[in-house]
Design a protein around this ligand. Sequence first.
Ligand code: ASP
Length: 653
Amino acid sequence: MFSCWLSRLYWALSKPTGRTKPLIWGFLSRSLVLSSQRRIPELSSFVARTNTCGELRSSHLGQEVTLCGWIQYRRQNIFLILRDFNGLVQVVIPQDESAASVKKILCEAPVESVVQVSGIVISRPPGQENPKMPTGEIEIKVKTAKLLNSCKKLPFEIKDFVKKTEALRLQYRYLDLRSSQMQYNLRLRSQMVMKMREYLCNLHGFVDVETPTLFKRTPGGAKEFVIPSREPGKFYSLPQSPQQFKQLLMVGGLDRYFQVARCYRDEGSRPDRQPEFTQIDIEMSFVDQTGIQSLIEGLVQYSWPNDKDPVVVPFPSMTFAEALASYGTDKPDTRFGMKIVDISDVFRNTEVRFLQDALSKPQGTVKAICIPEGAKYLKRKDIESIRKSAADRFKQEVLPVFLKASRKWNSPVAKLIMEEQGLRLIRLLEVQEEDVVLLTAGEHEKACSSLGMLRLECADLLEAEGVVLRDPALFSFLWVVDFPLFLPKEENPKELESAHHPFTAPHPSDVRLLYTEPQKVRSQHYDLVLNGSEIGGGSIRIHDAELQRYILATILKEDVDLLSHLLQALDCGAPPHGGIALGLDRLMCLITGAPSIRDVIAFPKSFRGHDLMSNAPDSIPPEELKPYHIQVSWPTDPEAEKSSLNHPCHPES
Ligand code: ASP
């Protein structure tokens, strides 16, 4: 079992760096500790050991060492594998009578017990070296052993190949953290944050400022968590981001601010969301959009892990309009093609009814994507599920068009597509044999959004068949710029809301439209996208109090009093300023290839926002609520309430 576990780990190590998910203890120590730009940290200072388990090599032969760690495994009561954060080492259990007490301790202590051993580093006998183990040339000849704590209960084995449900991992998070993957993720996160601090503070003069977590309600934007206060009817809110504070710091002359900031949004969890999450939050005075973009490119490049392919800067940039038209989303995954193509002109004289109907409308378009080798890999049921997704999510009809090897159209609409249209389609979409074209028609945004979703669904389906479309070792950064400043409100499309937040400055060339056609104004907002996920966003801010008041009161119809402090500040000599926030959890999740952001957070919440280990949130006795002047109004049907909170995909639900 031991060798099987090891071989799995070492198999991962043996692949070229940057092309695998690193899982290895030895690898951990090498890639995380050794860096040309940093001193090698002293890992055994101040503590009851002389060395770490994972660091011992032939160069330590003959040294007397004291190690502390967890019993990973025992073999025939002769060998014991000791583990600490830095790796594994083989300890030889003494067999002679004189060391009976040492043998007893090491043979009787259950797996995962904590022991301290002292002994000499010796060579393994010839032929018994383990080349797959970083410490595989040596072993420890033990002289003394101490049981520091016996492990009495283990809800699951601490072995990477033992599958556990996520709910169990979250319930016993302190044990889950012992896994090599969690160790790797958290240590890499720590190292990247350290590099970011170095880059921002030491190389560029940023000031790390902590801002409050007890704040007040912010108009618009995300739903905030509410905290009761002892004043009747008065509540704090947990900030969705330090946005107002960082702008106020610019008014206060701090000039360059950053913070590893905890943010809170009461919006329910999704695989890439948590009710509390961490941002690398940045603000600068006297900066423009290109200044912020260059700063971030340098920051990502500087803090990028050594074991990945280096990041190439500057990152490419795309307007929001282009992103929507070509990828059907504002966060395109640019690792692969399958771009959306407008084929309206091909079908001006069509007999296909739904295309005809769409094109007869003023905003009507026909769009398509070409799925490479789709005819080979997609099954009939896949096509049906693709069509169903488009119908369910976007009420869009989608037609598959197959181009068989014989170049005969074979689909419900094939007969109706004239030869000349077929040829134009082949040219426009660069259709190859065995490709499938997905066609849809309708208003531009809706047609693009639905094909954007299908593009990703098809990529999943093709990858499930073994086609590599999105190379996991590829990190494809992209700036998306020129967003609209406002969007129609979902519940009342006649009213406008901020596309991002109300402090975003309008695009300089669109300012006059604010007073005539605000829905057409572009913003000075920019998003940073990585492999199809938004990992950051920011903007140049409004620093003119009049303009800010106009947008809040007249366009957004917000209560200006809630922001009177900010408006006053803008009137007191606010410098032009702008900033950005990077989502640290998402960034780490993408870098480590983790399935969820919960895998890069030490103590995450479940889908329902619960801490499964401690059971937070928890109830409070009524008398403890009294000082806050609040009472619980219990739901009349607690079961219905519970199921409305449940999420179908989560183990907890
Ligand atoms: N505060 C913004 C956010 O959290 C980021 C920014 O505009 O700097 O999305």
